[in-house]
Write a protein that binds this ligand. Structure first.
Ligand code: C2O
Ligand code: CU
Ligand code: CU
Length: 471
């Protein structure tokens, strides 16, 4: 498509967003994201230290790139914790602007949630303390959630995986990979392209980002495995706003988990899976039995307004030499998924837009975000139906803090459509012009954000405050 942001040519309205892309080194062995060390000697406690600061990264040959990172790394360190563990993270903000750490998807107390209401000032240190909720085993991530600067902070590198493990994991026999997908726009001199992190940047707003898609901070890394191996991959969409339509050349895969952990039963035989911004998916892949085969994990791209044109390769998989591994069957049942129960209230959340371009606002129930206002009220433990009604011409991935919910209704071209499976989600895509109905309850009291997780939309107003009262 002529004039696509990032094409290096530019033209028309999008010309100002073109930049000379860096030449990335490709084909390196896939990096495993190092885990944050647990400083506590007690098994029931995880203590760690995170410092957010600018630092100089080597991403492309011969040039340094000024990124923002947790503990000078991109992506930030993996936090691996257990259900029921007490977590104490000491966080220091050396960014020069307000920041926070938000534990995306975990039901932690409102004052530990890293919301924009609790900024950590430049130079300040605070502790985040919470218990890892029982039943929360799954794949999460953490990122800043400061007022109006999330596109900038996440777009400059602040994002990292968080894995919760449970006592009983029906897939514990499988080797695991954590694949954190980010997008980063770096020019030929190694500079982060300002248009990609400006607020509200046109390309990120309209196209979901102009950067390169990276896996664990690498472009086109190679995952070396063995013929016929069966593996569990946890994929995290940590891009500021890019929909990933995942496909594995010549392979089918099973989806076994979503944002809040395992499904009750695997969804086998899939050829693609759409991962909206901020969502996670756990898949089980059995790779080809031929030795020395090479194939790609790809993003097929998405058409329409949110489209980023042709799909991009994400990661190569190589089977290497050696005899084929014996087949491993995924258990038919993974774990029970509780029914949230019958709803006793119903709320409407209407997504809309006003204006165009850089002055455009993204609204929830007709209003732009104001953290000093409460937009919606609920009672702790009350089950509610929320109708998420998208009146705009683009999709919005809607995320609610403090809980995991289930989709119970949706429309396709305005008609009620079946729900193919039950899953725990904290982020759900609401397609353009459609309605998605969720069953939701807040387990803990306090004020919570809910918002679009296309970060430029969030920064441009598509966020609101829910207050949960304790009774
Ligand atoms: Cu991933 Cu409100 O955040
Ligand atoms: Cu969140
Ligand atoms: Cu949006």
């Amino acid at each position: 498509m002529a004039g696509m942001p990032g094409s290096g040519k530019g033209g028309g309205m999008m010309g100002q967003w073109a930049y000379a892309k860096a030449t990335w080194q490709t084909g390196l062995p896939l990096r495993r994201i190092p885990a944050l060390a647990n400083g506590s000697p007690l098994p029931g406690t995880f203590e760690g230290t995170l410092v957010a600061s600018p630092y100089s990264a080597s991403l492309i040959p011969d040039h340094a790139t000024d990124l923002w990172g947790y503990n000078d790394s991109y992506p930030g360190p993996l936090i691996e914790v257990y259900e029921g563990q007490h977590v104490d993270i000491e966080f220091t903000n050396r960014l020069g602007i307000d920041s926070t750490i938000h534990w995306h998807g975990l039901a932690v107390p409102a004052d530990q949630d890293g919301s924009p209401m609790d900024p950590v000032r430049p130079g300040a240190t605070r502790h985040y303390n919470f218990e890892v909720p029982p039943g929360s085993a799954g794949t999460y991530w953490y990122h800043p959630h400061a007022h109006l600067t999330n596109t900038l902070q996440v777009g400059r590198g602040l994002a990292a995986p968080l894995i919760v493990r449970g006592a009983d994991d029906p897939l514990r026999m499988l080797p695991e990979l954590t694949l954190l997908v980010t997008s980063l726009a770096v020019d030929g001199d190694g500079r982060v392209f300002a248009g990609a992190v400006a607020r509200p940047g046109m390309p990120v707003m309209m196209m979901g980002g102009v950067g390169e898609l990276l896996v664990n901070g690498q472009k086109h890394p190679v995952h070396a495995t063995t013929p016929g191996a069966t593996e569990r991959w946890r994929v995290i969409n940590a891009t500021p706003g890019h929909y990933l339509r995942l496909q594995l050349d010549g392979h089918r895969f099973a989806v076994v988990g979503t944002d809040g952990g395992l499904l009750s039963e695997p969804l086998p035989g899939l050829t693609e899976w759409v991962l909206a911004p901020a969502q996670r998916v756990e898949i089980v892949v059995t790779v080809a039995t031929q030795p020395s085969a090479r194939f790609w994990l790809r993003d097929l791209g998405q058409g329409g307004w949110m489209g980023t044109g042709a799909g991009a390769a994400l990661m190569a998989i190589e089977t290497g030499a050696g005899p084929a591994q014996p087949r491993v069957d995924v258990p038919a049942y993974l774990r029970p998924i509780a029914d949230i129960g019958p709803a006793s209230a119903r709320q409407q959340i209407v997504l809309s837009m006003s204006g165009m371009g850089a002055s455009g606002r993204f609204l929830i129930n007709g209003r732009s975000f104001d953290m000093n206002r409460v937009d919606l009220e609920t009672v702790v433990g009350r089950v509610e139906l929320w109708d998420l009604i998208n009146t705009t011409y683009m999709d919005h991935p809607i995320h609610v803090h403090g809980t995991q919910f289930q989709v119970v209704g949706r429309t396709v071209r305005g008609l009620a459509a079946p729900i193919p499976y039950v899953a725990w989600l904290d982020t759900v895509n609401v397609p353009a012009g459609e309605t998605v109905t969720i069953n939701i309850r807040q387990p803990l009291p306090g004020k919570r954000m809910f918002h679009c997780h296309i970060l430029p939309h969030e920064d441009a107003g598509m966020m609101a405050v829910l207050n949960a009262f304790a009774v």
